[in-house]
Design a binder for this molecule. Structure first.
Ligand SMILES: [Zn+2]
Length: 204
C-alpha cells in the first residue's frame, strides 16, 4: 500500500470497529476532479465513476483501491433529491474507462446530496448492489453545501451500512500539502502522517 506518501482522513464513524473490506486511497488530481464535478450543479444531484486500481497488499493481504481519476455519468435522470444511473450510463462509463484509462477499473462511483447530508438512500443501495457489485467497489457521497463527504464501503462480511461512512487516505503530491477540505474528516496525526521525501524541503 502506498502508505508513505498518504495522509489518512478519519470519518466520525471510523472508530466504530467495523472493518472495511477494502482501504480507499485517493490521489489529489482525482480529489480535485471529483469536487469540481460535484460542484457543477449545486441544485441537482450529479455523479460519476471513480477510476483506478484494485490491489491486494502482498505483506498484509489487505485489499485496497487507488482512485486516480473520475468520469461524469451520462444518460442519467436527476433532480434535486435523486440521481438515476441507467444501463446506458454504465455502458458509457465502461467504454470511456476502456478508451481513456486502459488497464484501469471502475473502483466505485460518487454522487452528490445537495443540502441532504451524507448517507445512502434505499435507491442508492439498490444501485450500488446492482451496478457496483464487487466487494472492493465503493460509493462516495458528497454534500457540496456543507463541504462534507464520505465513503460507503462493504465490510468483510459483505454488509453495507447506509449511514456510517468511512474515511480514506489522500495520496499527497511532492509538496506534501493536503488539499482535502471536507469538514467532517479529521486528519490522523500519527505514524501515517506523510513525511516529506528525501531532499525535499517543507516551506510551511
Ligand atoms: Zn443518493
Amino acid at each position: 500500500m502506498p502508505l508513505a506518501r498518504a495522509r489518512r482522513w478519519h470519518s466520525p464513524f471510523d472508530q466504530n470497529g467495523k472493518r472495511a473490506a477494502v482501504s480507499v486511497f485517493l490521489t489529489q488530481p482525482a480529489f480535485v476532479r471529483i469536487c469540481s464535478l460535484a460542484g457543477r450543479d449545486m441544485e441537482n444531484e450529479v455523479g460519476g465513476a471513480l477510476i483506478g486500481l484494485w490491489r491486494v497488499d502482498k505483506a498484509s493481504g489487505e485489499q485496497y483501491i487507488v482512485a486516480d481519476a473520475a468520469l461524469p455519468a451520462r444518460h442519467t435522470r436527476q433532480g434535486s433529491a435523486f440521481l438515476t444511473f441507467t444501463q446506458d450510463t454504465l455502458v458509457a462509463l465502461h467504454q470511456e474507462t476502456e478508451d481513456r484509462y486502459p488497464g484501469k477499473r471502475i473502483v466505485g462511483w460518487f454522487h452528490t446530496h445537495p443540502r441532504m447530508g451524507v448517507f445512502l438512500s434505499d435507491y442508492d443501495i439498490w444501485l450500488h448492489t446492482h451496478f457496483f457489485p464487487e466487494p472492493w467497489q465503493v460509493a462516495l457521497v458528497i454534500e457540496p453545501f456543507s463541504q462534507i463527504g464520505g465513503f460507503f464501503v462493504r465490510t468483510e462480511d459483505g454488509k453495507l451500512d447506509n449511514h456510517e461512512y468511512y474515511g480514506f487516505r489522500e495520496i499527497l503530491g511532492r509538496s506534501g500539502r493536503s488539499l482535502v477540505y471536507w469538514r467532517n474528516m479529521e486528519p490522523e496525526a500519527s505514524l501515517e502522517e506523510a513525511q516529506p521525501m528525501e531532499g525535499e524541503t517543507d516551506h510551511e
